[in-house]
Write a protein that binds this ligand. Structure first.
Ligand code: GAR
Length: 231
C-alpha cells in the first residue's frame, strides 16, 4: 500500500510543508504562492532555495515573506558536495515535499534516493517525449500536433520518473519555440503544478516503489491527462 505524504505530523501546522528549488524566473513558484494565498492549495512554502544569485524567483519569495536561500553550485568542487549541502539546507525545514520548479541541475543519485517519493519536478514536455533541454523546439521539429508539460516524481534517471499528470495544448501553425514555451508555461504549467501539489496535500497522490497511485489506484504510465485547450 502506498505511503501517504503527510502534512499532518506536526499538529501546529497541518499544511503540507514544502521547500521549492529554483534556478530562474520562478513563475511556477509564483503560481504556487498565488494558489496557496487564494486557498486553492492547502500547503505552506517554508523556504525557496536557488542555485543562482540572479534568479528572479528569490525576489518573488522575498515579496511573499518566504525565506529565500542562495546556494551557488559554483562554490562547490563536485556535484556530490553541492547536493550534500543542499540536502542539509532542505532538511532544516523538514518538508513533506520538495518541489523542483525550474531547478536546472542534474541531481546526484544519493540526493534523489534521500527524497524518493517526496521529490517532484515539472518538465515542459509530454514525457517520455523530450527529456532534457530545448523541448519546445524539438516538439516543433518533430511536427507534433500537441505539446505540454508533465509533473513527475523524481528518480535517478533524468526526467524518467513516474508521471502524476500531464497537461496538453494543441500546437498552432504560427508557434515558434518561444511562443510555444510561453503558451505551455502560462496555459499549462501555472495551472498544472498547483493542482498536482494540492492532490498531494490532500493525500490523493502517493508514490510507492516506482508507481504513482491516485485515490489508491495505480496510474497509467503517462499519468492523468488534462486538456488545456478547453479550460
Ligand atoms: C519551466 O518551463 C519548467 O517547466 C522548466 O523551466 C521553466 C522554469 O520556469 N523546467 C525544466 O526545463 C526542467 N528540466 P519558471 O522559473 O518561470 O518557473
Amino acid at each position: 500500500m502506498p505511503k501517504k505524504i503527510s502534512g499532518e505530523a506536526d499538529s501546529s501546522d497541518r499544511h503540507l510543508k514544502i521547500v521549492v528549488l529554483i534556478s530562474g524566473s520562478g513563475s511556477n513558484l509564483q503560481s504556487l504562492i498565488d494558489a496557496i494565498d487564494t486557498g486553492k492549495v492547502t500547503a505552506s512554502i517554508k523556504a525557496v532555495i536557488s542555485n543562482r544569485e540572479q534568479a528572479y524567483g528569490l525576489q518573488r519569495a522575498a515579496k511573499a515573506g518566504i525565506p529565500g536561500l542562495l546556494l551557488n553550485h559554483q562554490d562547490f568542487s563536485s556535484r556530490e558536495a553541492f547536493d550534500t549541502e543542499l540536502a542539509s539546507l532542505i532538511d532544516r525545514y523538514q518538508p513533506d515535499l520538495v518541489v523542483l520548479a525550474g531547478f536546472m541541475r542534474i541531481l546526484s543519485n544519493s540526493f534523489v534516493e534521500r527524497y524518493l517519493g517526496r521529490l517532484i519536478n515539472i518538465h515542459p514536455s509530454l514525457l517520455p517525449l523530450y527529456p532534457g533541454l530545448n523541448t519546445h523546439q524539438r516538439a516543433l521539429d518533430a511536427g507534433d500536433r500537441e505539446h505540454g508539460a508533465s509533473i513527475h516524481f523524481v528518480i535517478p534517471e533524468l526526467d524518467a520518473g513516474p508521471v502524476i499528470v500531464q497537461g496538453r495544448i494543441k500546437i498552432n501553425e504560427s508557434d515558434s519555440a518561444e511562443i510555444l514555451a510561453s503558451r505551455v508555461l502560462t496555459q499549462v504549467e501555472h495551472q498544472l503544478y498547483p493542482k498536482a501539489i494540492n492532490w498531494i496535500a490532500q493525500g490523493r497522490v502517493q508514490y510507492d516503489t516506482g508507481k504513482v497511485y491516485f485515490d489508491g489506484e495505480p496510474l497509467p504510465t503517462q499519468g492523468r491527462q488534462i486538456n488545456y485547450d478547453h479550460e
